[in-house]
Design a protein around this ligand. Structure first.
Ligand code: NAD
Length: 469
């Protein structure tokens, strides 16, 4: 089977879910189509020369507002990809029960070719183009970081919006993923990787799902291969190795693969990668150039965390992983998805597994529009109440409460505690909903179809509730 474009690939996966549902065809096509796409071209003076940049912002759905989705800066990006990513955002928000529509943006640029001082006016000008054309505001369309963008770009964007609309009291909520000192939220940078960890933990809590993947037990000792040690891959692999006993036996990066059957030290490898702009030469592992072959190595869980279209009809028959945990967006093509399912490989879908970023973005947006830090009102109250409990317990029993327990009970939840707890809860509930859908509908055999079915049902309901026709 030939490979489809990314957008077609997502559409086919959604179609597969629709065939398992009783949905009016008109409604299905209303849900699937992208509502609007803005393309902008703008000039910026760089090194005494005018350069013209092209960017997009696609709004896939507005059944909930604001529409939400990252902005990527990449040297190879096209409208088709932006539309596919915007669609994924719609489904992702619905699966995770986040009251947002779906959107995505991109700027065609290689950020590595520009200095910080050059990137700032480019980003600010792109923001102006989006805001002036109603494709950026706290109420209607809220960007976040994606590939090639981070806190720095989000701070510039929010500041540009503030200067353009100083009368908008919610200006901070125009963008999420900002630095904490500029209205961001603790835990946002690592949120997607943390969500991958929580999502995998929840998967391994369900013995039936684990057995169906040909595995047993929990995450402890599982052999994992990660593709891409960027924001998502680094955080996911760091948390999984340091907190869940996972063994990362290979890391695939743009310049090659580092393998170590005993398990790699992620923090050390990441620092090496950042300092050396690649993994080649890292001393505590074996390096080879063939990144593609490394995806096919034997392991329990393969975590593609780099980019879309990495597992195709070509390499899918040779993938030996028992589980593919989609940390990247769209890493498995439609054709590959079918081949893998036929072989019994379990795919934990991107629309669920990498949703941690948008979940915590939602928390950041809520915090920004409520103008108060989470935990500020109740933290000391909880702390005091906890201390009273331990004192009462000690007085009643005549025994000392162990120190670890005392400090846990006497701890008032701060912003980071609440963010982690909210993310964990959201990942668990979404997975359980997906699993229940697969179990209750005999036409659904895989988690991706279950996820899309859950999403489409929720979106369809909101269209029906406020039917404009
Ligand atoms: P990033 O730019 O921080 O990291 C990507 C990493 O992949 C880099 O280290 C890069 O060197 C590496 N890489 C690039 N091409 C590669 C290749 N062909 N083989 C191996 N490694 C390669 O990006 P990110 O933010 O971590 O995003 C990664 C993926 O996760 C993307 O698909 C993105 O859409 C998705 N995602 C990101 C977030 C987020 O919050 N950052 C949220 C949801 C989904």
């Amino acid at each position: 089977m030939g490979e489809l474009s990314f957008r077609e690939s997502v559409n086919r996966m959604v179609d597969r879910a629709i065939t398992t549902m009783d949905l009016e065809p008109g409604l299905a096509s209303a849900i699937k189509g992208c509502n609007s796409v803005l393309q902008v071209r703008f000039p910026v003076l760089i090194r005494d020369k005018i350069e013209v940049f092209t960017g997009w912002r696609a709004v896939h759905s507005t059944h909930r507002l604001p529409a939400k989705g990252g902005i990527r800066f990449a040297p190879t990006v096209a409208q088709d990809e932006v539309e596919a990513l915007a669609a994924l955002m719609t489904y992702k928000c619905a699966i995770m029960d986040i009251p947002f529509g779906g959107s995505k943006g991109a700027l065609l640029i290689d950020p590595r070719k520009y200095t910080r001082d050059e990137m700032q006016p480019i980003t600010r000008r792109f923001t102006l183009e989006l805001a002036r054309k109603q494709f950026l505001s706290p109420a209607t369309n809220v960007p976040a970081p994606d590939m090639g963008t981070g806190q720095r770009e989000m701070a510039w964007m929010a500041d540009t919006y503030k200067n353009l609309c100083p009368e908008d009291i919610n200006y901070l909520a125009s963008v999420t993923g900002k630095p904490v000192q500029h209205g961001g939220i603790h835990g946002r940078v690592e949120a997607t990787g943390r969500g991958v960890q929580y999502g995998l933990r929840e998967f391994f809590r369900h013995t039936g799902a684990v057995t169906a993947a040909g595995l047993s037990g929990d995450l402890d000792g599982k052999r994992v291969i990660i593709q891409g040690l960027g924001n998502v891959g680094y955080h996911a692999s760091k948390f999984l190795t340091e907190e869940d006993g996972v063994k990362v036996i290979a890391v695939i990066e743009h310049d090659g693969v580092i393998a170590n059957p005993k398990g790699l030290l992620i923090e050390e490898l990441y620092r090496y990668k950042v300092a050396n702009k690649g993994v080649k030469g890292y001393p505590d592992g074996t390096f080879h150039n063939d990144s593609a072959a490394a995806l096919e190595m034997e392991c329990d869980v393969l975590i593609p965390a780099a980019m879309e279209g990495q597992i195709t009809a070509d390499n899918a028959p040779r993938i030996q992983a028992k589980i593919i945990a989609e940390a990247a967006n769209g890493p498995v093509t439609y054709a590959a998805d079918k081949l893998l399912r036929d072989r019994g490989v379990v795919i934990i879908p991107d629309a669920f597994l990498n949703a941690g970023g948008v979940v915590v973005s939602y928390f950041e947006w809520v915090q920004n529009i409520s103008h108060i830090r989470f935990g500020r009102l109740q933290r000391r109250l909880d702390e005091g109440r906890g201390n009273y409990y331990t004192t009462a317990l000690e007085e009643l029993t005549g025994k000392a409460v162990p120190e670890k327990l005392r400090s846990w009970i006497g701890h008032g939840a701060d912003e980071l505690d609440l963010v982690r707890s909210g993310l964990d809860d959201t990942m668990r509930l979404a997975f359980q909903e997906m699993l229940a859908r697969r179990e209750e509908n005999p036409k659904i055999k895989d988690l991706r179809t279950a996820a899309f079915s859950v999403a489409i049902e929720k979106i369809a309901q909101s269209y029906i509730d406020v039917s404009p026709y």
